[in-house]
Design a protein around this ligand. Structure first.
Ligand code: GDP
Ligand code: IMO
Ligand code: MG
Length: 427
């Protein structure tokens, strides 16, 4: 039974939550490996809609184990809120959710610092304001608090005091910003730590045992390839490795135990926040995609920037992640478009660019080269077989496969679990 890693191939919000929920049917364990509550993964079934931020998207399938790995940063208040909401909705979490004792903790001054930095600097990233960057910065600087530190209250207090004093001075000196009283933050942490301690465990050992028992694991990526801190459009990225390698470090799974990498890609492109986006549309086509696709952020509600499919980005995602099979989502959103464009590559100064440039200005200056495809002007939403698709939709999908160079194994035709065309088994 395989260990599969599932990643977003664009700038996030590709529909990873829907796909994970669907594929969990065939997996034993679903494990998140990076990011935090900046993610928003939407799942629809039986007429109900859920948006998960931290808890893996496999949680709605009874009997499946969900894991939050060491690579995730956890805001205790956000985690408690999500646990309470799921339990209130009737889902049993005890014995089904394990949180890594090595995961770093987000504290209130991390989100204050995130928002203050955004408000005061010239290069605004357009972050979710959730404290993700400052918390990962603490992790790398080796001053962060981890879930295992929550166990011993007096040691926790000493650790947090040191971290708090440093942040208090920085925020005051840099932004003249006061932070809430230490005792207040600490009391709140004590309140929420109970929820984390209910689920805490050694997830690296758990992953090892699960693999040794021959069970299957679905590693759930958050964000997307172009938001990866190393491989994305830096600095307009998130602060973790959202590409497939992040599953090894973020869960403690050795690289030679990964059997397959699945890439999720939207039939067009979206991006939330700032940063280069070569195929972005600022016209009626972009507005139509935003409206039909309901392209508003699942976490912050911000309108998502919309544009044509970018095969240069998709090919790059295949290379960086080692993608074996692709899931194409939201094809139904394009049902009423007259003409569709796929960016086959970039040109800069009249020259064709063959590799994704590192420099921001090179990406900003890149001129997309397009291939046009006729629209199908027919409803595809909810279709469940490839044969039922209109001929022009098939041509568009085949055009994507040719330009990306990888087979599309699953086509999503709507937000609901059932609205899917399974061409080939993924797990
Ligand atoms: P994620 O972050 O990758 O899990 O994606 P989000 O949940 O943030 O955004 C994807 C949005 O598209 C959600 O509202 C989903 O319910 C919706 N969605 C997913 N797949 C499809 C699809 O095939 N068609 C349509 N119309 N909506 C979809
Ligand atoms: P899912 O998992 C889309 C974006 C933010 C911002 C940048 C940095 O739902 O696909 P951060 O708060 O992480 O420091 O913000 O990354 N971003 C996302 N965009 N989907 C996400 O997650 C995102 N998580 C972060 O908008 O541009
Ligand atoms: Mg999302």
């Amino acid at each position: 039974m395989p260990v599969c890693v599932l990643v977003g191939m664009q700038w996030g919000d590709e529909g990873k939550g829907k796909v994970i929920d669907l594929l969990t049917d065939r997996a034993d364990v679903v494990a998140r490996f990076q990011g935090g509550h900046n993610a928003g993964h939407t799942i629809l079934f039986d007429g109900k809609k859920f948006i998960l931020h931290l808890i893996p998207s496999g949680i709605f399938r009874s009997g499946k184990l969900c894991v939050i790995g060491n690579g995730v940063v956890i805001d205790p208040a956000a985690f408690t809120e999500e646990v309470c909401a799921l339990e209130k909705a009737g889902f049993k979490l005890d014995g089904r959710l394990v949180v890594s004792d090595r995961a770093n903790i987000i504290l209130p001054y991390h989100s204050i610092s995130d928002r203050k930095k955004e408000a005061s600097c010239n290069t605004k990233i357009g972050t979710t304001g959730r404290g993700i960057g400052p918390s990962y910065a603490d992790k790398i600087a080796r001053v962060g608090l981890r879930a295992c530190d929550l166990v011993d209250e007096s040691k926790l207090k000493d650790l947090m005091q040191e971290n708090f004093d440093e942040k208090k001075r920085i925020l005051k000196n840099l932004y003249n910003q006061d932070v809430p009283d230490f005792e207040k933050i600490f009391d709140e942490l004590l309140e929420h730590r109970e929820t984390i301690l209910r689920f805490i465990g050694n997830t690296q050992a758990l992953m090892r045992d699960v693999i040794n028992d021959g069970k299957s694991i679905l590693c759930e990526g958050a964000q997307g390839t172009m938001l990866d801190v190393d491989h994305g459009t830096y600095p307009f990225v998130t602060s973790s490795n959202s590409t497939a390698g992040g599953a090894c470090t973020g869960l403690g799974i050795p690289p030679n135990k990964i059997d397959r990498v699945i890439g999720v890609v939207k039939a067009y492109t979206t991006r939330v926040g700032e940063g280069p986006f070569p195929t972005e549309l600022h016209d009626a086509d972009g507005d139509q995609i935003r409206k039909e696709g309901d392209e508003f952020g699942s976490t912050t509600g911000r309108p998502r920037r919309c544009g044509w499919f970018d095969a240069m980005v998709a090919r790059y995602a295949v290379a960086v992640n080692g993608i074996d099979a692709i899931v194409l989502t939201k094809i139904d959103v394009l049902d009423q478009m007259d003409t569709l464009r796929i960016c086959t590559g970039y040109k800069t100064g009249g020259k064709v660019v063959t590799e994704m440039p590192a420099s921001l200005s090179a990406i900003e200056q890149a001129e997309p080269v397009y291939q046009d495809f006729p629209g199908w002007k027919q409803k595809t939403s909810g279709l469940e077989t490839f044969e039922q698709l209109p001929d022009n939709a098939k041509r568009y999908i085949e055009g994507l496969e040719k330009l990306i160079g990888i087979e599309i194994a699953l086509i999503s035709t709507g937000p609901d679990r059932t609205q899917s065309i399974i061409k080939k088994d993924l797990i």
